[in-house]
Each structure stands twice: as C-alpha cells, then as structure tokens.
Design a protein around this ligand. Structure first.
Ligand code: PHE
Length: 441
C-alpha cells in the first residue's frame, strides 16, 4: 500500500514522485546519538565545542535542528547549481518535491547567520555571539561497507565580523588571531603545517580587501588547526606519547558554491592523509540572503565530519556500532574520555551473491547502485556489513548487461542463523524483481 503522507520528527509531509526515503531511514531521525554525552560521537562533539569556545564563548551552540529541511535550505540558499549531482535522487533522500533529509549541516547556515544580533538591520537577533556551531545528523544515499552509513554527523561552524571605521575590525581579528597562534605555539605537541594553496584558481571575492582575506583565512585556518591538534593530541596521550610528538596537517584547495576561497584540511595519521573538514570564506551572497547589508560584513564557515574522526579516536572497526543499542558497546565510553574500543565478540558473517540481468524493458528504471544498496539496507538493516559489485559483463550477442553483487550478512551484536539469512536474501531478490524488473540468474 502506497503511503500518502509520511512523518518525520512529528511533522507530516505529503509524498510525491520524488519521495525515496524509506522507513528504515526515517526510524533513525529520532535517535540523536550525537547528543549522548557518553557516545563516541557525542564525546568528540563536546571536546570540539569546548575548545572553540575557550576562552571567549564566541560561538552560539545549536544542537537540535531537525533533519527534514527544504531543498531551498539545503541547496538553493547556498548557490548549488540546478544540475549539481548532490541534488539527484540517487544521492539524496527526498521526502517530496520540496523537502529532503539534509545532506549537510550547511543547510542551517543562513538561519544561524540571521540569528546574530546586530547584523540584520532592524532585526533583534537571538544571540549576541558572532559565531555559531551546529552539530547534527546528516543523510546521504551511499554504498554499504564498514565506513559508510546512510546517516552520519557533521559540525558546522560560522563566524562573522562587521566592517568598522578605521579598520577597527581588522585589529579585532588580528588580536584574536594572535591568541590562536600563541595557543598553537605553546602546545607541547608540535603541529607541522603544509600550506601551498594560492588564490590562483581559488579566487577571493571582489568585495574583500587582500588584508581582510589574509586575516580572515588565517583566523579560520588557525581555529581549525587548534581543533585538530586538541583532538589528535588526546589520542596521542591515550596511546602514551605526547612529549616531542609532531602532528602533520596540510591545506588543500577545494571548491564549495557558498565559500570563496575554499579549502580542505587533512591530517597525516597512520601513513594516510585523512580528509577532515571543508571550509572557506563565506560568500557575501549568503550573508545578503540572511538580510545583512551589502559590503559591510566578512566571515568564514566550515563543516567537519565527526564519524570518521570518532572511529579513529576510539578505534571503532565498523560504523554500525554507533547505532547499536547493545550495552556492551555503550558501557565502554564515558564523558570527556577518549579510550580504545574493545570488541566484545566477533560474530561470523554469511556471504550470499545475487546475480541478475538488467531490464531492457523501457517500463523499468535502470537501477542505480545506490538503489540496490537501499533495498539491502531496507531488508536487512544493520545485519548487513557490506555489499560490493564482484562481476559485471555485457552479453556479446544480446547486449544485455549482467551484474553480480556480494552481500555479507553479519551482526555486531549476535549470531545470525542461516534461515534468517536465507529469508533476507530471498526478500532482496524479490524486491529487485518487483521494483526494477531484473531477471535473476
Ligand atoms: N558542507 C560541506 C560538506 O558537507 C562542508 C563545508 C561547510 C564547506 C562549510 C565549506 C563551508 O562537504
């Protein structure tokens, strides 16, 4: 039976042709695991909030924005072009034509900029703090493996300054920047920073002066370096080594429709460069849309992924553990402490392959890989560890295409019986036929 409406966090939305969100995803919208003080993601979130707010409390903290937002908030307000791939139904969960589950915390930037008192003429803002931090669950259709889950967490940061007569605002930025630089320099763990990014191909906005760009980007970069240092220093300490330790980070060029210039910061950890955070100087367009006066304000924004960092800090082998209700997981963590996760047991996995011919019939959609992932998630939930394509070929005579996917069924918390797996696998196969008209092999 097709539903006419669906409900998210107590609000009702009419469905449309665009609807592709499933009940297993909607069930996660009320969990708010990032708010739990002794959940790894919650612990990491507070460590970062505290660090950025020390000692000035310049950032207003927003931690309960709900995940259903408008297409306008998630994409249009930030200048995403109409044909941006992020907008497609294969990547994003739509509730209907104009509502979706946010794909990033940037969806709330505009509202938070608006809330800052003294920036929108004639409007009393909700806060006097010139910055904000937003933590929230975000949703993306994606592959299935140990590091990918359709829900993960981000922290968004934003900071603005009003231009003042005689460039007083520059003095204020400079002063704060000096504090950041000193904190970095005084730390027993030395941060080694590589930054060869120029403004070539990553241009500044015309309305900003060179000096503003320089100070504002240094303020942004040093703020994020401080966060990275704080987090990884705690990890090094928990591993027993702090003295004389070095931590390498690098800045690379990036592109986001709502920042210019834009960067990404990466940390060198266990022989890999790990991507941590996208950021940049906020485009004036966003500020104008928030109601700010033209030519009067400058600022920055960043968006930090929390789950990958939490997995690494707490040595969590599978992202599904963040969603388990098992006390053997939750009892291992406590507020403010970074410790290594001890696996309570490794339950065996069961491998099943599904092979099928794609439909040639025009009445059926051609299946996107994420659609298959979604079917498996919906049928098996957290009993699926990973799904991967193991074979693909096109018949030389008929031109028909055949795919074979390997599914590993495995629970984090218990044994799964063969009968259970067979039942799940049958459901996956049936659904593929019903929804996409594939011919099973
Ligand atoms: N929202 C971006 C992402 O999800 C990160 C970002 C936030 C980049 C703010 C720039 C400014 O990748």
């Amino acid at each position: 039976v097709a539903l006419q409406t669906l409900s998210v966090n107590g609000k009702t939305y009419p469905v449309s042709d665009k609807t592709n969100v499933t009940s297993s995803i909607l069930n996660l919208t009320d969990r708010a695991v990032y708010l739990k003080p002794s959940h790894p993601v919650g612990i990491l979130r507070s460590v970062i909030e505290d660090k950025l707010n020390d000692p000035h409390h310049s950032f207003e903290i927003y931690n309960d924005f709900k995940p259903a937002v408008t297409v306008h908030e998630n994409f249009d307000s930030l200048g995403f072009p109409e044909d941006h791939p992020g907008r497609s139904k294969s990547d994003t969960y739509y509730l209907n034509d104009c509502h979706l589950l946010r794909t990033h915390t940037s969806a709330h930037e505009l509202e938070c900029f608006k809330n800052i008192n003294g920036f929108v003429p004639g409007h009393v803002g909700k806060t006097d703090k010139p910055g904000f931090l937003i933590s929230a669950d975000v949703y993306r259709r994606d592959e299935i493996d140990r590091t990918h889950y359709p829900v993960f967490h981000q922290m968004e940061g934003g900071r603005v300054w009003k231009r003042e007569p005689d460039n007083q605002h520059l003095l204020k930025i400079k002063e704060d920047l000096e504090r950041l630089e000193k904190t970095l320099a005084d730390d027993p763990v030395k941060l080694v920073v590589e930054d060869n990014v120029s403004l070539e191909g990553n241009p500044k906005q015309e309305y900003m002066t060179m000096e503003e760009v320089d100070l504002c980007s240094r303020h942004l970069k040093r703020s994020l370096e401080l966060v990275v240092l704080e987090v990884f220093k705690r990890k090094l300490a928990s591993m027993g080594n702090v003295k004389g330790e070095e931590l390498k980070v690098r800045w690379i060029q990036a592109y986001f429709p709502w920042t210019a210039p834009s960067w990404e910061i990466e940390v060198f950890w266990q022989n890999n460069w790990l991507e941590l955070c996208g950021c940049g100087l906020i485009r004036e367009d966003v500020l104008l849309k928030a109601g700010y006066e033209q030519n009067q304000n400058i600022g920055w924004a960043f968006g930090l992924g929390l789950d990958r960092i939490a997995m690494l800090l707490f040595e969590i082998p599978d992202i599904r553990l963040f969603w388990t209700l098992d006390e053997r997981f939750h009892s291992q963590f406590k507020e403010g402490t970074i410790n290594k996760f001890k696996p309570y047991s490794k339950y065996p996995g069961t491998i099943r392959d599904v092979a099928f011919w794609l439909p040639t019939d025009k009445n059926f959609d051609i299946i996107h890989e994420n659609d298959l992932m979604e079917i498996v998630r919906n049928v098996a939930g957290d009993l699926v560890e990973c799904v991967k394509l193991i074979d693909s070929f096109t018949h030389p005579k008929t031109g028909r295409k055949s795919l074979c996917y390997r599914i590993n069924y495995q629970s984090m918390d218990r044994n799964v019986t063969n009968e259970e797996v067979n039942e799940l696998q049958d459901k996956v196969r049936d659904t593929l036929v019903k929804l996409y008209g594939v011919e099973l092999r």
